[in-house]
Design a protein around this ligand. Structure first.
Ligand code: URA
Length: 433
């Protein structure tokens, strides 16, 4: 087997055999295929795509490139939930304790922020003492005790994805459906949960900028999961404006607590209930209506919040911030962004808001950057709201050295206005199963 022939076959849209794909992935991980040949193949995939069979073999080859976890020591059926990445997306922090309160076991492996999108592990690390690097037996013990635990991705899990993702990031080969599908699903399959619920984002803050592409990605991921023997559903959800009111690590933790306390309703709450209901129904076969009721009840009776607090404590977190948000939301500077326009907000470009947060220090510009956990943006006016000139439209927070007026300009340029009243639309656009 040789790499030249493999590149050439994909360039001519000739389907690769299973052993060719396994050879390609193993050889690349072992350093026997150089980056320039891998890049050429990835670009051929971007232009010509892969067949479903090829995508399945690619996912399996990547899954098998490293360690695989065994969840059989967890009592009951396990579920995993994954989002394709968004701005202000703190749904894992809410869905996991809600589903756990309803009887589902959720061993959750999460990532850090990527580009303009945030990561659950960065958010959790704004809680003093929280440890996302617990070992496998502590992880599964906590899941057995409370119903969920969240760890960061282990070094040995799917090394092929780590190497290929870094290459894709620098060779403009990220936005390919078979490549995104194999990258995400190889990690989900290596974690080994029985059921997988996917939140495929569509819109300005997502990798898939339109609903049609989001639908194709969702169908491909659900098919691959089923071919690999998993129960799987994908919700296609709107990421055309940031999710909730807070973007930034500690700010998002406190917003998640507000939702778990039942004090905040709206699009973020609605999405969390739908995701949790789909997790509960997939695992426990309750029917979606009963699952929605159970999810809402777990918030109303505080059982989800209690589980959230228990898990944080077991992972070393100091939970005193639950009663005093200032313990973690202690940014040195605050800057109010004032609207010069009046009218209805017709659109908030999530990607620009995400990038403004990175400028404030909430995300990384390079892999080695450290995070300012206090940095971020609170959206004071949402899509559909009427704004008068002079109203505070957003508030910026940071403890880092940055040019706040310049960042305010950038964040403000994300907002479009209309004279007509705008309807925000549904957060869940479709379900693929
Ligand atoms: N998230 C991933 O893990 N991989 C991708 O390719 C895109 C989003």
């Amino acid at each position: 087997m040789n790499m030249y022939n493999i590149i050439s076959k994909t360039k001519k849209r000739i389907e690769l055999e299973k052993d060719e794909i396994f050879w390609l992935i193993n050889s690349y991980v072992e350093g026997k295929v150089p980056d320039y040949q891998m890049s050429a193949w990835l670009m051929a995939v971007c232009f010509n795509s892969l067949t479903q069979k090829e995508t399945l073999y690619l996912t399996q080859a990547m899954r098998d490139s490293g360690e695989k976890l065994d969840m059989s020591c967890i009592d009951g059926i396990t579920a995993d939930k994954h989002s394709t990445g968004g701005v202000g997306d703190k749904t894992t922090l809410i869905v996991a304790p809600v589903a756990a309160a309803c009887g589902v076991k959720m061993p959750k492996m999460s990532g850090r922020g990527l580009g303009h999108t945030g990561g659950t592990i960065d958010k959790l690390e704004s809680i003093p003492g929280f440890n996302p690097c617990i070992d496998y037996s502590t992880f599964t013990d906590i899941v057995n005790k409370t119903g969920f635990a969240i760890v960061s991705q282990s070094g040995n899990l799917v090394p092929a994805d780590k190497k290929i993702y870094a290459l894709r990031d620098t060779t403009a080969t990220v936005d390919s459906i078979p490549l995104i599908c194999s990258s995400i699903m190889s990690k989900k399959l290596a974690l080994g949960a029985d059921c997988i619920i996917l939140d495929v984002k569509s819109g300005s803050g997502a990798f898939m900028k339109n609903e049609q592409d989001a639908r194709s990605l969702a169908s491909e991921m659900v098919s691959i999961a089923k071919l690999a023997g998993k129960k799987c559903r994908a919700l296609i959800t709107d990421m055309d404006e940031p999710l909730g009111s807070c973007i930034g690590n500690s700010l998002e933790i406190t917003e998640a607590v507000e939702i778990l306390r039942g004090r905040q309703k709206g699009r973020l709450y609605d999405l969390c209930i739908e995701l949790a209901a789909n997790v509960i129904d997939t695992v426990l076969c309750t029917g979606l209506d009963a699952a929605r009721t159970a999810a809402k009840t777990s918030i109303e009776n505080s059982s989800a919040l209690e589980i959230f607090i228990k898990t944080l404590k077991l992972q070393g977190g100091d939970v005193s911030f639950i009663d005093d948000y200032n313990i973690i939301n202690r940014a040195a500077q605050k800057y109010e962004v004032i609207s010069e326009n009046s009218g209805y907000i017709s659109h908030i470009d999530s990607e620009l808001i995400g990038l403004s947060c990175v400028e404030l220090g909430a995300g990384r510009k390079v892999k080695e950057s450290s995070i300012d956990s206090t940095a971020g943006i609170v959206i004071n006016k949402h899509k559909g709201d009427f704004v008068e000139s002079g109203d505070v439209i957003m508030t910026l927070y940071t403890s880092s050295q940055c040019d706040l007026s310049k960042i305010a300009e950038m964040a403000l340029s994300a907002v479009s206005f209309s004279k007509e009243q705008i309807c925000a639309g549904s957060i869940v656009l479709d379900i693929v199963q």
